[in-house]
Write a protein that binds this ligand. Structure first.
Ligand SMILES: O=C(O)CCC(=O)C(=O)O
Ligand SMILES: [Fe+2]
Length: 490
């Protein structure tokens, strides 16, 4: 937590310095009708590639569009209450995560839990959601497969396919690929984060501050939590203009949606604004996401996007956290006859491991999940059972902490050992107490209060004096003081 605070402060200083240097002036940016647009794309935005709508199969467009509407109609998309620079804010876009069963994706202090793709033809009885949703998820899985194969094709060819790579309006220039170094095997997209926004329903969209590009639906950012150098593929669907007057594919004159790009920490290279027709896709490849930032500029109509990513999921799958819990619980022994619990080992490294896992399952899984309210369980039951099981494991870990505490306070034991145990506990409990406070504050924030009951954050696990007792209290203030005073005495 402290570390990210430091880097936030550094970034803030860097930002202020650039703004000072800019002195209130706007940095230029280029659109396709500007002279030099294509040269700028080729020289400073090589990792960006457009795949125009007409190069995708028409049937795929139809299925994906129907799927996006179905997910929206069924209320599966939500504005996330994320955390930016220590403050809670709602995202302007509504989102939903799809991916493999048990996958999660973490961004802006928020872990999203994937609605499973359903590429396995489950029958009604055993399924976690109904047929309509299964079909919708499956359509996005097909789009994901399409993108995986497309990226593989491009990498195998070593060189981009001409027609797909030219900036719109380009006269067939022969652009060479930036990635001429050793080709690594193309990682497969494992999740998609869906976005939806209807600008007519939003009255407080922020103006793009540096270039004057217009209203932003998503502000400048790097995509987080991706495998380094992995590509991102985005499907853009601008809904037909219901009021009429557009060209029927989401285009109102001068009001198409655009993706904005800029070189990170650079006020000299002009920005790039790429308009997207309905059905157009774009790729961010190589190190574009690291060296550049992107934003989404709102157009005139409602719009969906499906953003396919290679999420770094080494600590982000249900399998992973279940394995971690097992690892922690290996140190707990329950007598089969009496039910009495004991710890196998009081080694500091063993205790430290289980206390760290305790914090990980509580703050990265249980509290993240419940903070998002009961919103997902309404239409998909996939996560309900695993979350119950994780909570059971967590409850066992509460017993383990209590046993370790008892060992530290056991006057019959060697003082060295007691001190070691107390020190290990103090670190873990201080962290736990701080994080519990943060989550409690987030659940009670004024923004959280504006949500309808079924979406409102739940501060869970929580237990007060009137609830069934647990081995340790929710509020650890007294326990921490006990451990501290123990350490003074030992
Ligand atoms: O909608 C888009 O085109 C991109 C959205 C985006 O940048 C994101 O979700 O991270
Ligand atoms: Fe992004």
């Amino acid at each position: 937590m402290k570390r990210s605070g430091d880097s936030e402060r550094k970034k803030k200083r860097k930002r202020q310095k650039l703004l000072q240097e800019l002195g209130g002036q706007r940095i230029p940016f280029l659109s396709p009708s500007d002279p030099g647009f294509q040269e700028l794309w080729e020289s400073s935005y090589t990792g960006l590639a457009l795949r125009p709508a007409d190069s995708l199969p028409a049937a795929l467009h139809d299925r994906v569009r129907a799927a996006l509407h179905a997910l929206q109609r069924r209320g599966c998309l939500f504005r996330d209450l994320v955390r930016i620079r220590g403050r809670d804010v709602f995202t302007a876009v509504s989102r939903s995560l799809l991916g493999g069963p048990g996958d999660t994706y973490r961004y802006l202090g928020t872990r999203l839990f994937a609605l499973p793709w359903h590429n396995d033809g489950q029958e009604d009885g055993e399924a976690c959601c109904d047929r309509e949703l299964r079909e919708a998820c499956r359509a996005l899985w097909e789009l994901n497969e399409y993108f995986c194969e497309d990226v593989e094709r491009r990498e195998a060819a070593g060189q981009p396919e001409e027609a797909d790579e030219d900036p719109p309006g380009g006269q067939g220039s022969s652009k060479t690929d930036a990635s001429e170094a050793t080709p690594a095997p193309a990682p497969r997209f494992n999740i998609t984060l869906l976005n939806y926004m209807d600008p007519a329903a939003m009255n407080d969209l922020k103006e793009e501050p540096y270039y004057g590009m217009g209203k932003m639906a998503v502000s400048w950012h790097h995509d987080e939590n991706l495998v380094p150098l992995s590509p991102v593929a985005v499907y853009n669907y601008s809904c037909p203009d219901e009021k009429g007057g557009g060209s029927g594919d989401g285009e109102v004159d001068g009001a198409s949606w655009r993706v904005g790009l800029k070189v990170a920490w650079d006020i000299h290279t002009p920005g790039l604004a790429l308009p997207l027709q309905s059905g157009d896709c774009y790729y961010m490849r190589d190190d574009l996401n690291r060296t550049h930032q992107h934003c989404v500029l709102a157009g005139g109509t409602a719009r969906f996007s499906s953003t396919h990513r290679v999420a770094e999921c080494s600590t982000g799958t249900l399998d992973y956290i279940q394995r971690r819990c097992q690892e922690a619980l290996e140190n707990l022994r329950t007598d089969p006859d009496t039910g009495t619990k004991t710890l196998h080992s009081l080694q500091p490294s063993t205790l430290q491991l289980s206390e760290e896992i305790h914090n990980e399952v509580e703050f990265e899984w249980l509290r993240q999940y419940w903070f998002q309210g009961r919103r997902c369980a309404r239409f998909c039951s996939w996560w309900s059972k695993p979350m119950e099981q994780l909570e059971e494991s967590w409850a066992q870990m509460e017993s383990m902490t209590q046993l370790a505490l008892a060992a530290a306070e056991d006057e019959g034991s060697a003082e060295d050992r007691r001190r070691e145990v107390a020190e290990t506990l103090l670190t873990a409990l201080t962290d736990r107490q701080e994080q519990r406070q943060t989550w409690r504050d987030r659940c009670q924030s004024s923004l959280a209060q504006t949500l309808p009951p079924e979406e409102a954050p739940v501060n869970r696990p929580y237990w007060g004096e009137d609830d069934p007792p647990r081995p340790l209290p929710f509020d650890l203030t007294d326990i921490i003081s006990r451990v501290e005073s123990l350490l003074w005495r030992l």
